[in-house]
Design a protein. Structure first.
Length: 255
């Protein structure tokens, strides 16, 4: 492959030194050099690794912590990226197959696809539950307070799904809200993936789970581990923002 300028890969790092080498190696292996990285105040050596990587010229360095959505949008604005598709990719992912080509080719076949995602796996090969039905408020509350564990969740059957985890999702530029704005910056962390998938459905576009390819993801559910953690608070706050944003449209979906 595949130094494909139709696709811009967007990555946001914050203290990911434990994982970043594997991701960089994966990107290099498959010639994915149209990659743009925002480092958000890393203090663990992540930034130094990025400065010494082939992606150093596509590196945006921030000296303050801002939201995930804003960091991704800032990459688009700072580098004036105008791609057909934007791949959001977590810094704690890596891959040994050319999943980008698979997603890209599927997108090209169907202009009605707004979002497409591969299977995500734990590093030991176990399936992660990342293709999901839209949550209701009570499901979210139960999960955040430890009543509902991830082990009880079920992978939604594809190919058409409600939403997918934002760790790896290829998004059509048709979902840009305006120039330089892909994600809703009202979400500091969490729910930006649900939001853009719901927006795709509202625009009669498909969200696709592609089961012929995969990416490894070192999933760390920080927000579920401690009820009073900042991650949990951000998650619950984002859920409320999502509900207030979409309100009747969300609750009337499928009627």
């Amino acid at each position: 492959m595949t130094n494909n300028n139709d696709i811009a890969i967007l990555i946001v790092t914050h203290n990911h030194v434990e994982y970043i080498d594997k991701l960089i190696d994966s990107l290099i292996k498959f010639n994915l050099f149209n990659t743009f990285i925002c480092d958000a105040l890393s203090t663990d050596g992540t930034l130094e690794k990025l400065k010494n990587s082939p992606f150093k010229d596509n590196l945006l360095i921030k000296n303050e912590l801002e939201g995930f959505s804003k960091n991704n949008n800032d990459l688009i604005r700072h580098f004036d990226i105008k791609a057909k598709y934007y791949l959001l990719l977590n810094p704690d992912t890596f891959f040994d197959v050319n999943f980008v080509d698979v997603l890209y080719n599927r997108m090209k076949l169907d202009s009605n696809i707004g979002v497409i995602t591969p299977i995500l796996k734990y590093p030991d090969g176990r399936l992660q539950i990342t293709w999901k039905t839209f949550p209701n408020f009570f499901t979210v509350v139960k999960k955040r307070f430890g009543i509902l564990k991830s082990i009880n969740e079920i992978q939604m059957k594809g190919p058409e799904i409600d939403w997918c985890l934002g760790a790896c999702m290829l998004i059509s530029s048709n979902l840009l809200k305006k120039e330089g704005v892909l994600l809703d910056e009202r979400y500091r962390l969490y729910c930006e993936d649900i939001d853009i998938c719901f927006e795709a459905h509202q625009k009669n576009m498909k969200v696709i789970g592609e089961d012929s390819t995969y990416v490894y993801h070192n999933l760390n559910e920080k927000s579920s581990n401690n009820i009073l953690s900042k991650y949990n608070i951000w998650n619950i706050t984002s859920i409320f923002k999502f509900i207030f944003k979409w309100n009747i449209k969300y609750f009337r979906r499928g009627l």
